[in-house]
Design a protein around this ligand. Structure first.
Ligand code: DUC
Ligand code: ZN
Ligand code: ZN
Length: 474
């Protein structure tokens, strides 16, 4: 079956060009100047993209569907979360399989594969959270790499849960260097943060805002610095996740200026939300914005530093860290954010965002003049494909690539709200925000799964995506 997308402006990380795109079955087979071919004669389906952008489907390399956290689970399942991703123009996610203490890496991977299988509306891969670094875990990294899981996340935060000490981190990095796999780091000094949290509670400071206040920027920048030092010692590639502090971005910039293979992402919540306007609201409202790393004070200049890092390539990726929890009771999971009423340390950490990211970065980035159209695509699709071994199958519009294509209308003005999103969570972190630009049509490997207001996909359209090892060096 052949589909012709005609009359649009094709945008990749490099080019902006008026072109028609011909798709055969799951693959892009031709890209040509409008009016120079007879493709319409043999196409089964013609999609008119006149006046629209034709862009690669978004890739979100950081989601947590169904993540167990703080006595509950992230409220989006693989089914609901990937369907919401599709609505927002994202056609690939890379989620995190979890190894808990005492369990093997492979057992954790198999558990997460089983959760996702036949339950994903878009294509999916896995990184592996290594929560118990020991000789067997290090040996098992080889097995996972063979299965297409080529990146491993370590935590310098959450002592007693996911935390690894510096020795464990160094060993995992040495193994990653030897296998050409990627180390992803949650860079926060969890030991110091635990002291600050305990002291805040002792002083009776229990409101949600204390989550942000007990994770000061220095705890992120110190951990980022230490992660870079350890990665350099090991000769490993390092990707620091969910950066929110300008001082931490400076550490990344300094490492990259020295030519190290160090990379980093930020997320929409750190670009658009602040302590002043969101986390410190009256009552328990601030719990909606409790995540780690934390949302920070806008007066400290973090948002500008993050946008600047995205524009200058000190930061390479915008992911979401999608990890939603309901404010009121979830029908199946029960109490979520409100577990932390009277004790901010018991608020499950995380925000919804998988549906928001692609369009928000267009709005805040392109429409508001901070980045180019090409950089928007690079940050939300191409760079993640290259860093995590999916390129050029994913992340671009090119002959031979998967036909994961979004037709995007840059001229639509609309207002974000929980009433119009598809994520299984009872609030929007961007409620009432006016934005420009909206996803119109979404194609996953040649199949139209979103057409305007209609969802045409199924919960098993998505396929597991085995990934290659690292091929990007700077
Ligand atoms: N941060 C969050 O906000 N949620 C899940 C895990 C994490 O590191
Ligand atoms: Zn994290
Ligand atoms: Zn995360």
């Amino acid at each position: 079956m052949k589909t012709l997308i005609s009359g649009g402006i094709v945008i990749t990380a490099i080019d902006t060009v008026a072109a028609d795109v011909l798709v055969d079955d799951e693959i892009i087979i031709a890209i040509g100047a409008p009016g120079t071919h007879d493709w319409a004669d043999t196409a089964d389906n013609v999609i008119d993209a006149t006046g629209k952008y034709v862009v690669p489907g978004g890739i979100d390399p950081h989601t947590h569907m169904e993540l167990p956290f703080g006595g509950t689970y992230a409220s989006d399942t693989f089914e609901s979360g990937t369907r919401a991703a599709a609505w927002g123009g994202t056609t690939t996610i890379v989620d995190f399989a979890v190894q808990v203490k005492g369990e093997s890496l492979i057992a954790g991977f198999d558990t997460w594969m089983a959760k996702a299988e036949d339950n994903c509306a878009v294509d999916y891969g896995f990184h592996m959270i290594a929560g118990d670094i020991n000789p067997q875990s290090l040996a098992d990294m080889d097995v996972l790499i063979d299965r297409g899981c080529t990146s491993f996340k370590l935590f310098m935060a959450y002592p007693g849960v996911f935390y690894s000490d510096d020795g464990e981190i160094l060993r995992a990095m040495q193994k990653a260097a030897a296998t050409n796999s990627m180390i992803m780091m949650h860079a926060e000094n969890g030991m110091a943060i635990d002291v600050l949290r305990e002291q805040a509670l002792e002083r009776g400071e229990t409101d949600p805002v204390n989550h942000s206040l007990t994770r000061p920027a220095a705890t992120e920048s110190e951990a980022t610095h230490r992660a870079i030092v350890l990665a350099e010692l090991a000769g490993a590639h390092l990707y620091v996740v969910h950066m929110s502090a300008k001082e931490a971005v400076e550490e990344i910039a300094e490492a990259r200026d020295r030519g190290l293979p160090v990379f980093a992402e930020t997320c929409p919540q750190y670009l658009f939300l602040s302590v002043e306007d969101h986390v410190s609201q009256d009552g328990f409202e601030g719990a909606k914005y409790v995540c780690s790393t934390p949302i920070r004070k806008s007066e400290e200049g973090h948002q500008e530093a993050l946008w600047n890092g995205l524009a200058t390539n000190d930061l390479q990726v915008v992911s979401t860290d999608h990890c939603p929890f309901c404010m009121d009771d979830h029908p199946v999971l029960g109490t979520q954010k409100k577990l932390g009423v009277g004790d901010f340390t018991a608020i499950p950490n995380g925000l919804p965002g998988v549906e928001d990211r692609f369009q928000l970065i267009y709005h805040g980035g392109v429409a508001e003049g901070r980045i180019s159209l090409n950089r928007w695509i690079e940050l939300t699709s191409t760079a993640a494909a290259k860093l995590f071994g999916m390129y050029p199958k994913k992340g671009t519009i090119a002959v031979g690539s998967d036909a994961d294509i979004v037709i995007f209308d840059p001229d639509v003005d609309w207002t974000k709200s929980v009433t119009q999103h598809h994520m299984d969570v009872d609030y929007s972190a961007y409620e009432g925000k006016d934005v420009k630009g909206r996803v119109k049509t979404v194609m996953l490997r040649g199949k139209v799964i979103i057409d305007g207001d209609e969802y045409l996909g199924t919960k098993s359209d998505g396929q597991y995506l085995p990934r290659e090892t690292v091929s990007v060096h700077h």
